[in-house]
Design a protein around this ligand. Structure first.
Ligand code: 5AD
Ligand code: SF4
Length: 494
């Protein structure tokens, strides 16, 4: 049965997806047999890094069936839209893309061909039934917890069935995904690794607990094995992913339970894994061992995305965030004590129901106090099924837009100030590919800033010190320490 997302009739408790009862037929574990010669696959991804990871894993599942990625839907036999439901605008984009694909599919069929359209991700999870009614040309609709069943779904679709798989299955999809994940960042040097999924916190604005389900942590050994595999395939940087990644508490190899701080220490023992990151964190789950990992583990990069959402105690309480502004500021102090050069990033929502001018000023004040190196800010968007959507004191759209502009100007100024503070410093840069201009290569600093540097292609895959000479709002420029002259060539190293 499809879970309904209607706060007026459903309580939150009933909305928490349960992993109950085993289905009659479990999906076949890997490997699936190769069926035919290359078949075009085009995956479009919206939303968070978790969706990017999931899209990559879908490709991993489909490759043994003969699918190969193609650049455009025009060349694809199968098009997958991996969607995001977090804000209304994200959802609207999906529907406009679906309309375009419908045109392509009709043209293909008129020419005697076939095109399968699969809608995946959080829009599919939340609005599967609606999509079935509104867009009957969509062949397969499946949520974030069922994509391991994709091969079987494709077979059913090929037999003429219109497939809908948005239940939260009792089996763990990770047990049915191929063991060999590929690093999918630029040049295969960086990779995402999903360690935790779902959320039980029920912030009153957020659809994630409904679309991704209850909180779930992968066992430590599974994470370590996937990390070793990624490193064996060339990854030097791994970003651990989870909607609440620092709530991770996985089964440990010794039979106990580890926290994220402990997991990071174990990951740091993998030879050639140079950089570890994690995202997205909740301030409530910043446990001591994780804070200390920032002090003790050199591979753990000094950059932390820690959404605060608001600087007003009243709004934080209404959002059900479970912490005050003071709690947040104190936490930042502790983190900076542990790692003085830690750079911070955050998410802000303006115009949450009931947000007054004074509450908004509190948010601006908190931003100035912390000084964020990076940020994402959003106007509050009412989401079906969430508690805040039902509130009568919604903020007018014009007020939300005006506050968003103010907040974005503040955050942009803070990001520019952070980049400017890097001028003259020497930062280790992991080079990942060509730069903006000919003769330049680009990479990332420990603080995740893109850097463009004169240099040769052989820099790719190396971590090299760079003196920062140029700071722009969203990137840096610099010069290899080994090559003080502009336009320097590849450093002469073994
Ligand atoms: N409206 C606006 N922003 C939202 N976010 C989540 N839900 C909403 C919403 N209903 C933002 C939060 C979260 C980020 C991923 O998206 O800031 O941290
Ligand atoms: Fe959404 Fe809050 Fe859970 Fe983050 S912690 S996923 S914002 S409900």
């Amino acid at each position: 049965m499809q879970r309904k997302l209607d706060v007026t009739t459903d309580t939150q408790a009933r909305l928490i997806p349960q992993r109950e009862g085993l289905p009659a037929q479990l999906p076949t574990p890997f490997p699936h047999p190769v069926e035919t010669a290359p078949r075009g696959l085009h995956v479009m991804t919206w939303g968070c890094q978790m969706n990017a990871y999931d899209s990559g894993r879908m490709v991993d599942i489909l490759e043994p069936l003969g699918f190969r990625e193609v650049a455009a839907p025009e060349q694809a036999e199968l098009v997958v839209l991996n969607t995001c439901h977090i804000r209304e605008r994200a959802t609207e984009k999906v529907f406009s893309e679906l309309g375009r694909l419908h045109g392509l599919k009709r043209a293909r069929e008129a020419a005697g061909g076939r095109m399968t359209i699969a809608l995946a991700g959080c829009v599919a999870q939340a609005e599967g039934e609606i999509i079935r009614a509104r867009a009957p040309y969509v062949d397969i609709v499946f949520g974030p917890q069922t994509y391991h069943r994709l091969p079987a779904m494709l077979r059913r679709a090929a037999a003429g069935e219109r497939v809908l798989e948005t239940e939260f299955p009792p089996e763990d999809k990770f047990d049915f995904l191929p063991g060999e994940a590929a690093p999918r960042g630029p040049s295969g040097l960086t990779a995402f690794l999903s360690v935790q999924e779902g959320c039980d916190k029920f912030c009153t604005f957020c659809v994630v607990p409904y679309t991704r389900g209850a909180e779930f942590s992968r066992p430590a050994e599974a994470v370590l094995a996937e990390a070793r595999g990624l490193v064996a395939r060339g990854a030097q940087e791994i970003t651990l992913l989870g909607q609440n990644v620092n709530a991770w508490h996985g089964a440990a190899p010794d039979g106990g339970t580890w926290t994220l701080g402990r997991l990071i220490r174990a990951l740091a023992e993998i030879p050639r894994l140079a950089r570890i990151r994690y995202t997205t964190s909740h301030p409530r789950d910043m446990e001591d061992s994780l804070i200390l990992a920032h002090r003790d583990v050199p591979q753990l990069m000094p950059f932390l995305h820690l959404p605060v959402q608001s600087g007003s105690d009243r709004v934080l309480a209404d959002m059900n965030r479970g912490h005050t502004r003071e709690d947040y500021l104190r936490l930042i102090d502790r983190l900076r004590d542990a790692r003085p050069d830690l750079a911070l990033s955050t998410d802000i929502i303006v115009g949450f129901p009931g947000e007054t001018d004074a509450a908004f000023e509190d948010t601006l004040d908190l931003l100035r106090r912390v000084g964020f190196a990076q940020s994402y800010s959003f106007a509050y968007s009412t989401r079906p099924g969430t508690a805040a959507a039902a509130r009568a004191d919604q903020v007018a759209a014009a007020v939300k837009d005006a506050r968003l502009q103010v907040v974005q100007a503040e955050l942009q100024a803070e990001a520019t100030a952070f980049n400017t503070s890097c001028l003259g410093r020497t930062l280790d840069v992991l080079f990942v590919g060509p730069g903006r201009r000919p003769g330049q290569m680009s990479g990332r600093t420990p603080y995740l800033q893109p850097v463009h540097v004169p240099g040769a292609a052989a820099l790719v895959g190396r971590i090299v010190p760079v003196t920062i000479e140029d700071a722009r709002p969203n990137s840096l420029g610099g010069r290899l320490v080994d090559h003080p002259e502009p336009g320097g060539q590849e450093p002469d190293r073994a």
